[in-house]
Design a protein around this ligand. Structure first.
Ligand code: FNR
Length: 360
């Protein structure tokens, strides 16, 4: 079917399952242990319901915003950096880059991208901006070289991912055993799964002192990705970062880590002041326009999509990634109108309420 046949992101996921290789599907879809956090990400959005306002003249609405230090974005949604786009499409991350240019969306590029940074920057349109996601290397010298290189290449910010000192135990990925996988540098995954085979360089000793170290190397805005409690959001702020990304890696790391929306709610309840002082983003389980607007009601500046982008890319390449963002754009527009909101700034906590049960 053509991309337009997909009515929602679930349609794209269903199709991806049938067209991706066994290894790619297992790696993309996998999550930690029994996948409670994977499901809880989605469930945590289900516990917020709207309090819509009516009779508000909603023909004219604006969904545009700026994310990551003033970069224009057509919707408050960005590509959360995810590894190995070439497992789904031969042009991998470059297809995502091209789609982002056309949809006016910001791409986070994974440290474990399967295309080289030169290839990705070569695919970029004029004026298009990208963010680089960093994993701290066991060799700080190597990390220094990477930071200097991405700064020089024109990336507009760095996301340091901190929820993966070691990879979580992802059983779908391990069982698929990388049978049809050719890694960028290490060849066959040898029964460990894709995640294990690409993450060996990542330093489990990455720690808070590394924040100052990175800030000593580059003036690029720095975001910490993988904050999972209020205390660490406070610590991140004290360390002078430009923002945090509330994330549990799409449930791929610690099982029973809280749902992303639960952490955002805690932060909003306990430290609303912090959310004025630094940008807060969120990813994990966002599949609907309503999810996006709920997060914005609680003060998130933008939300990231992980798997849906890889699935769209795996089904159709660039047009599939574009379809993902078109669906989100249409759903956000409809939801804003039905909520009686015409500007993103008008999304306030009063527009939602927490309900202590899962929707039927
Ligand atoms: C990821 N994610 C991720 N995050 C990161 O910081 N660096 C990375 O290399 C990767 N790689 C990666 C691969 C795959 C296959 C997936 C699915 C995810 C996590 C990603 O950025 C994001 O946090 C989650 O995917 C968000 O959850 P959803 O949207 O997939 O539910």
């Amino acid at each position: 079917p053509p991309p337009d046949a997909a009515v929602n992101l679930a349609d794209i996921e269903k199709l991806a399952k049938t067209v991706l290789t066994k290894t790619a599907w297992a790696y993309y879809r996998s999550a930690g242990d029994d996948e409670y956090t994977y499901r809880e990400n989605i469930a945590s959005f289900g516990r917020f319901w709207f309090r819509p306002r009516v009779l508000n003249k909603v023909s004219q609405i604006s969904m545009e915003t700026t994310l990551f230090g003033g970069i224009a974005s057509s919707i408050p949604v960005y590509v959360s950096p995810s590894a190995m786009a070439r497992l789904g499409h031969p042009d991998g991350e470059m297809e995502i880059t091209r789609a982002c240019a056309k949809e006016g969306v910001i791409q986070g590029v994974s440290a474990n991208a399967s295309c080289s940074l030169d290839e990705i920057m070569g695919a970029k349109a004029e004026g298009q901006e990208l963010i680089y996601q960093l994993y701290m290397n066991r060799s700080r010298q190597r990390s220094r070289e990477i930071i200097e290189a991405v700064d020089k290449m024109g990336f507009k910010g760095i996301m340091l991912t901190v929820d993966a000192p070691v990879p979580g135990k992802r059983e779908r990925d391990i069982r698929a055993q990388g049978e049809d996988f050719q890694g960028p540098s290490e060849g066959k995954a040898e029964g460990k799964g894709v995640a294990q085979s690409i993450s060996g360089y990542q330093d489990p000793d990455v720690n808070w002192a590394d924040i100052a170290w990175i800030k000593g190397i580059t003036k690029l805005p720095l975001y910490i990705k993988g904050i999972q409690c209020v205390e660490d959001a406070e610590k991140a702020y004290e360390h002078g970062v430009d923002g945090v990304i509330i994330s549990n890696h799409g449930g791929r790391q610690l099982d029973f880590a809280p749902g992303a929306m639960t952490v955002l709610y805690d932060l909003h309840q306990r430290r609303p002041d912090l959310m004025q002082k630094m940008d807060v983003y969120i990813d994990g389980g966002i599949r609907r326009g309503t999810d996006v607007l709920k997060a914005l009601c609680l003060g998130a500046k933008g939300v990231g999509l992980g798997r849906p982008v890889l699935y769209g890319n795996g089904c159709w390449g660039e047009p599939g990634v574009r379809r993902v963002f078109q669906i989100m754009r249409e759903e956000i527009a409809t939801t804003m109108r039905l909520l009686g909101v015409t500007r993103l700034e008008d999304l306030r906590p009063e527009i939602i309420r927490y309900v202590d049960r899962d929707p039927v």
